[in-house]
Structures are given as C-alpha cells and as structure tokens.
Design a protein around this ligand. Structure first.
Ligand code: NAD
Length: 382
C-alpha cells in the first residue's frame, strides 16, 4: 500500500525500444488521482512526447539514472524490464509494472527476490471483459497486425488491389494470414482495405465468423480426431501430428500466395511452426512473409528477428518489434492501458492491490520479493 504514490517513468533501455510508459495526458490523469510523477529526461522523446509537455502537466523531470530519485519512487511504470542493476535502485517493496516477459524468466525471478520488489506483468492480465481497457497485449498486437501488412505491401513486387488500367487488368494480391487473434484480425482488415484477397487459418473455431465478417475466407483446420483446445480465449498447443497435417493443408495455399502474415501464437510456448523450408521452396520469387511470432521461435522457417532475409527471392521479414515502429500511438495506447489497470487500485490518493481481485491475482507475479506466479516464472512449469 502506498499513500500519495510516487510514479517513475524511465528512459527505456532495451535496444530498439522507442515506446514510453506514460504520455503527458496520462501523467495528468495520475496526478489527478493523487500520485506524483517523476519522468527521466528524454523518456518520451523517441515517441514524440517532449520533456516540456510532461512538465506542463505537472511531472517532475529527473536526470537520467538519478539514483536517489529512483530510490524515492514507489511505482515504476515501464514498457520493457530494466536491467537488474537499474531495478536495484528501487526501494524494497516498490512495484514494477510493464511487459516484463515473465515466462520461465529466471533472471527476473532472481532480481525481484533479491531487491524485494513487487511486480505486475501485463502479459498475464486475464482476458475478461473488465480487463479489456488495460489489455496491453491487444493494443500492441493491433499495431503489429496493421504494420505487418504495410511492410508486406511495400516489399511486394505487385499491387495489392485489383486494377483495371488501359494496359490491362491486374489481379489482386493473395494474402494468407496464419492466426486470427488480435494481430491477425487487424492484418485481415488492413489487407482487405488495400484490396487484397485474404485467406485465414486458425485453430479456434470461434474465429471463422469474425474472419468472414471482415470479407476474408476461412481455411478450416484439418479434420482430425484430436483437435487443439483453448482456454481463456487462447489456443492451447497443437500436437506435432496436427501441425504436420496443417502444414500439408497450407502448402498449396502458400504456393499461390503473394504474401503470408504469420501471427499464430500459444502463450508461454514456442510458436507453432506452420511454414517449413519445403513450403517456402514452393512460394514464388517476389512473395513476402512477415513473421510476427519470430521472437517466439517463428511460425516460418528461416525468419530472423528484426531482419529481412532474401531466401531464393522470397522476402522473409522478422517482425518482432513492429509496435516500436509506430511509437507515438503505441505509447499512447500502452500508457492508457496502464491508467486503466491502476485507476481502480487508487482511492483517495492511496494505492492498494486487492489480493482477491482476479486481475491482480493474474498479473501480480511477485509481492515484496516473494514470488506469487512461480507457475509462470519457473522454467518447465507451464
Ligand atoms: P495469441 O497472440 O496468443 O495467438 C494469436 C492467434 O494464433 C490466436 O487466434 C490463436 O488461436 C492462433 N493460433 C495458435 N496456434 C495456431 C495454429 N497452429 N494455427 C493457426 N493459428 C493458431 O492470441 P491473441 O491475439 O492475444 O488473443 C486471442 C483471442 O483472445 C482473441 O482473438 C480474443 O478472442 C481473445 N481476447 C480476449 C480479450 C478480453 O476479453 N479481454 C482481450 C484480447 C483477446
């Protein structure tokens, strides 16, 4: 519990991270809820939010790495986890909130224990309707889905829409989207807006209607006795036999595709491998694959995080950090997610976490240095 909590917004230290955890608007909101806000100088610069704008809304600007200011902070609002040395500047019992990559994260576990910290990992927010406004995975996945299609259209050697010109008719691009969660559905909508013909594969039956309502065609999952299940809105891991049947089914679709957008994921697991080397061999030179699951092992063979690989003329784009390429809106939405998460915990200027609240139970991975979600943080337990 913190009375008149002091929030700290750091400069993000992960290479390539351009987002920030608070905007001047959300600073103003937190101050109206009884908090004070410290912002490291330059924290919002990469995403277009300048120091002066934070100060105008009442934030106190601090120098980068000001150890005593860090030690006074009660709540660190971050995008990605700072280093262990940086977190050690916080006082015992301080709360860290962010996208902390909790799955099987031994280093994070050791840091939280050693420094006696509390931590909320946004990845673990339960997917219930009350949590939608705080759902950072969704706000960021939406951006990734949108940007993946723009990257593909820029890299493709063809038009996306059908065009009738004096020189003849151009057929629309064929786009295959693997996985129709938040990122996949936004990719469908964006590709349709650009005029492509879109096919979608997912293993959750509920998706079919959503895909069709966006004007795309659904590729039914392979007919097998054992079907992958789902829990809490997420797919569960499919068996090797099911994935082999799915690859076989997708191979012909991809041989005719101009673009494949890969978004299939299973939380806490390696991403399902849906495009093999053999399948890539059948794609036409000039085709483009964007793999949003590349950091989780990739849906597609040979994709590399953050790089574009030319494989026999097929361009493979490793799209692991696409929200960072739209940093102004990505930060604005992320920052609002944090307000939505913390506002209910702030009453009369006091921040307290209700241990019975389903949202808190889900994402509070540690409290005062004791681990509460060992089921997620310990390797091999999920
Ligand atoms: P995700 O990123 O974990 O997975 C993306 C998609 O990959 C999912 O649709 C999943 O079914 C699919 N997938 C997994 N294995 C596959 C395979 N072998 N082949 C093809 N597709 C495969 O999921 P997400 O986008 O974060 O969310 C999934 C769903 O959760 C959403 O569509 C929505 O229904 C639900 N959701 C609910 C809330 C809420 O109520 N607060 C918030 C966000 C999402």
């Amino acid at each position: 519990m913190f009375a008149l909590p002091r929030l700290l917004i750091p400069v993000e230290s992960t290479p390539g991270e351009t987002r920030v955890a608070a905007t001047p608007d959300t600073v103003k909101k937190f101050i109206s809820l009884g908090c004070s806000v410290l912002v490291e100088r330059g924290a919002g610069t990469p995403s277009g939010y300048l120091d002066e704008a934070y100060a105008e809304q009442g934030a106190d600007l601090i120098e980068l790495g000001d150890t005593s200011a860090w030690n006074q902070a009660d709540v660190l609002l971050c995008v990605q986890t700072p280093s262990a040395t940086t977190l050690a500047r916080l006082h015992q019992g301080a709360l860290v909130v962010g996208l902390l990559s909790p799955y099987a994260n031994e280093e994070l576990t050791a840091t939280l224990k050693r420094s006696g910290l509390s931590a909320m990992a946004l990845e673990l927010l339960p997917r219930i309707s009350r949590a939608q406004s705080a759902d950072a995975l969704s706000s960021q996945a939406n951006i990734a889905g949108y940007k993946s299609v723009l990257l593909a259209s820029a890299a493709l050697d063809r038009y996306f829409p059908m065009l009738m010109t004096a020189a003849g008719t151009v057929q629309p691009a064929k786009v295959v989207i693997l996985g129709a969660g938040v990122a996949g559905l936004q990719a469908v909508a964006t590709a349709r807006r650009l005029g492509a013909v879109v096919y979608v594969s997912d293993i959750r039956p509920a998706v079919k209607e959503q895909v069709e309502s966006l004007g795309a065609r659904f590729i039914e999952p392979p007919e097998m006795d054992e079907k992958p299940s789902e829990s809490g809105g997420y797919a569960k891991q499919a068996s090797d036999a099911f994935l082999a049947a799915q690859r076989q089914q997708l191979s012909d679709q991809l041989a005719e595709a101009d673009v494949a957008i890969c978004t299939a994921q299973v939380p806490g697991r390696r991403a399902p491998r849906l495009i093999s080397e053999d399948m890539l061999d059948r794609m036409r030179p000039g085709a483009v694959v964007v793999d949003l699951a590349v950091a989780q092992g990739g849906n597609c063979a040979d994709t590399v995080p953050g790089q574009t690989v030319d494989r026999k003329g097929v361009k493979l784009i490793g799209g692991n950090d696409l929200p960072c390429s739209v940093p102004n809106h990505a930060s604005a939405l992320y920052a609002r997610n944090l307000v939505a998460l913390l506002e209910p915990t702030l009453k009369d200027g006091v921040l307290s976490l209700d241990p019975e609240d389903e949202l808190i139970v889900g994402c509070l991975i540690a409290q005062d240095g004791s681990i509460r979600r060992g089921d997620v943080l310990t390797p091999g337990s999920n």
